[in-house]
Design a protein around this ligand. Structure first.
Ligand code: NAD
Ligand code: TYD
Length: 343
């Protein structure tokens, strides 16, 4: 089959492309990506000359361009990873989040309606459910948990999810949605917690922990996330939502300390800084549905996944050094330069 993967030059999308080309040698994979600050063509270097792979630089909001690509490629499946994905950036400037995450999703689905599709898959997030209290470890997000967002990012993702379900009900578009927890692994852009802490620690720079570092995220290794999406697009029932998560809740501070330990760096690098506005306390996924329906379970233990991830950053220093040497410096100064240091 022919699969269009949008946002494939980003973190999870690139890992998904590698997963698809490795596991389904007969499939053709087309990456559609605008190459924003988060898109990195060098990540896709290993597959650029693969006979079953094509890269197209395109904005998912560009209706004419998207229609032209559909006409040319006649895709069987579309997997939409393309998004503005960083909560902190959405707090600084929400507008582009609405454009890409909502309008872009509508354009892709309109193209699917116009040219026909076997499956449109929306890569969503557990953040659409808002957060859970820290003192109720018994609570988890299920697919029936009400949508209750906190940030402009999660609100834009929730709006897109509602639109996807509306296209299913109204037009009968064969859609699925995955709502996944925090993902980590190779080629994660170093504005997110784990890669930022690894890069800063390797450069002996302060490790900026928001608030007291007690917020909890449910971490999933990227290959497990890719496997879940692959199962959903092949075997998941149209119209269904699947929560994807690892039962792997960890406090931010414990992750940062583990990274220090693995890299042999002192915990004195940890700096507690002003908290994120509207900071979600805890995310935790109940993956019973995807387990029962598709037999999916996370396979990588956090201790193994974090070691693999750290090794990748050690072996691909040029990849992230190049990123943090450019425009990233301005970003970093803006985000962290004025952030008050807390005791
Ligand atoms: P990322 O920021 O690393 O990559 C996003 C990619 O989308 C980049 O390559 C970027 O160039 C591209 N893009 C952005 N706007 C575009 C546009 N208008 N047209 C075409 N391409 C565009 O993101 P990620 O972490 O890989 O996340 C991928 C998807 O998974 C997102 O939809 C995100 O909401 C979702 N998600 C991420 C996580 C996580 O922990 N990273 C968890 C759950 C869900
Ligand atoms: P992040 O990787 O941005 O993912 P998300 O906000 O989508 O969960 O952040 C993960 C957690 O780490 C979140 O609680 C915020 C915190 N954090 C820090 O403490 N310091 C940082 O520099 C960053 C980027 C995040």
């Amino acid at each position: 089959m022919t699969v269009i993967v949008t946002g494939g030059a980003g973190f999870i999308g690139s890992n998904f492309i590698f997963y698809m080309l490795n596991n389904h040698p007969d499939d053709r994979v087309i990456c559609l990506d605008k190459l924003t600050y988060a898109g990195n063509l060098s990540t896709l270097k290993p597959v650029m000359n693969h006979p079953n792979f094509r890269f197209v630089k395109l904005d998912i909001c560009d209706r004419a361009g998207v229609y032209h690509l559909f006409e040319e490629e006649k895709p069987d499946v579309v997997v939409n990873f393309a998004a503005e994905s960083h909560v902190d950036r959405s707090i600084e400037n929400p507008e582009i989040f609405l454009q890409t995450n909502i309008i872009g999703t509508a354009v892709l689905m309109d193209a699917c309606r116009k040219y026909g599709i076997q499956r449109y898959h929306q890569v969503s997030t557990d953040e659409v459910y808002g957060d859970l209290p820290l003192d109720r470890p018994d609570l988890f997000f299920t697919e029936d948990t009400p949508i209750h967002t906190s940030s402009p990012y999660s609100s834009s993702k929730a709006a897109a999810d509602l639109l996807v379900l509306a296209y299913h009900r109204t037009y009968g578009l064969p859609v699925t949605i995955s709502r996944c927890s925090n993902t980590y692994g190779p080629s994660h852009f170093p504005t997110k917690l784990i890669p930022l802490m690894i890069a800063n620690a390797l450069n002996d720079k302060p490790l900026p922990v928001y608030g007291k570092g007690l917020n909890i995220r449910d971490w999933l290794y990227v290959e497990d996330h890719c496997k879940a999406i692959d199962l959903i697009i092949r075997n998941g029932r149209a119209g269904e939502v699947f929560n994807v998560g690892g039962h792997n809740g960890k406090r931010n501070i414990d992750i940062v300390k583990l990274i220090c330990k693995e890299l042999g760096k002192p915990e004195s690098l940890i700096t507690y800084v002003e908290n994120r506005k509207g900071h979600d306390l805890r995310y935790a996924i109940d993956p019973t549905n995807i387990h029962n329906e598709l037999g999916w379970l996370p396979e990588t233990k956090f201790e193994d996944g974090i070691r693999k991830t750290i090794r990748w950053y050690l072996e691909h220093r040029a990849w992230w050094e190049e990123i943090i040497s450019g425009e990233y410096q301005n970003y970093y100064e803006k985000m962290y330069g004025n952030r008050a240091v807390m005791s």
